[in-house]
Ligand binder design. Structure first.
Ligand code: NAD
Length: 302
């Protein structure tokens, strides 16, 4: 199999299940994370591990990164000790993290200058999509590189959208997440409004789910506890997509808007809501916990 040896860096809520799915598809995966717990989960699944990012990439044909933010990805790849200075020519780099488009372009340019191939391939589909190998990949880079990445991406996801050159995947991902952030916030407001009027949150959500206000935020990741059994809201807002990751993505969307003088009025409003939710101590909880801002303390659902 071409590109048999895969190094996977960043084994969090998303990266962990993604690495396991590549392993299950028959590739030789060597995984690395700063967290020992994350590495132990890989060992339990029979996935190979390494003691550093560099050690993980020793025999790699492909390096996949799934890290929190731009600074983590830049530190991994750039600088004197960055991976770009260590990898063999023609290695394929796939960054699946959500980071700034300019950062993605900068890293891809540096990779190409060292005869490495790179795409930005942020994902949509959440933790359940990562676990079920049902992610959507939103890709930026050269066509031939996207084609080479296709077999390994298909072990983790179903849909691959090639949006344009390096950085275009990140721009498209930020567009999606800005819409998601706004939709979650307004869904939370709508359900809180109904409950304040005495409505049952489950019946209200069931009605919205087959009406024109329907969305992923109502049907899959409903912000009200015990409406959707597997949603983070029904599990103390644990797991899922962290409030502070949404806050980061909305900040990146606003930066991208500034670059082209676009208006993102609702995106800016939503960023403030997730910032307030973070200041209220819910930064590490799922972003649907933003519903807590919309409640008087006596109505708290949690
Ligand atoms: P996470 O915080 O659960 O995981 C990040 C992992 O990276 C952690 O295990 C951390 O220990 C590790 N890490 C940090 N710095 C490292 C380094 N230098 N070397 C090795 N490991 C390092 O985050 P996540 O939810 O898995 O999200 C990862 C990326 O995917 C983010 O950019 C996020 O915006 C994006 N994303 C998340 C979701 C979601 O639903 N969680 C959905 C789509 C996209």
């Amino acid at each position: 199999m071409l590109d048999q040896n895969i190094a996977f860096i960043g084994l969090g809520n998303m990266g962990g299940p993604m690495a396991i799915n590549i392993h299950r598809a028959g590739y030789a995966v060597t995984a690395y994370d700063l967290s020992t717990d994350a590495l132990n989960k890989m060992v339990d699944e029979g996935v190979g591990t390494a003691e550093s990012a560099l050690a993980a990439t020793e025999n790699a044909d492909v390096v996949i990164s799934m890290l929190p933010a731009s600074n983590h990805v830049e530190t991994l790849y750039l600088g004197e000790n960055g991976l770009l200075n260590k990898l063999k020519p023609n290695t394929l780099l796939i960054d699946c993290s959500t980071i700034s488009p300019t950062s993605a372009q900068k890293i891809a340019d540096a990779a190409h200058a060292r005869n490495l191939l790179m795409i930005d391939a942020p994902v949509s589909g959440g933790v359940s999509g990562a676990q079920k190998a049902g992610l959507t990949f939103i890709v930026g880079g050269e066509k031939k590189t996207v084609k080479r990445a296709d077999p390994v991406l298909r072990t983790m996801g179903k849909n691959i959208f090639h949006m344009g050159p390096a950085g275009a995947g990140q721009v498209a991902k930020l567009c999606n997440n800005m819409a998601l952030g706004v939709i979650m916030a307004t869904t939370a407001e709508a359900i809180a409004l109904g409950v304040a009027h005495g409505l049952d949150p489950k019946i209200l959500s069931d009605m919205i789910a087959v009406s024109t206000g329907r969305s992923w935020a109502t049907e899959i990741c409903n912000p009200w506890p015990n409406v959707i059994p597997n949603a983070p809201a029904s599990n103390g807002y644990q797991g899922g997509f962290g409030n502070d990751l949404m806050l980061k993505d909305l900040g990146l969307a606003i930066e991208a808007a500034i670059d082209v003088r676009a208006t993102v009025s609702l995106g800016e409003l939503a960023r403030n809501l997730y910032a307030m939710n973070s200041l209220a101590g819910r930064g590490s909880l799922d972003f649907s916990s933003v519903v807590q801002l919309m409640l008087a303390s006596s109505e708290s659902p949690a």
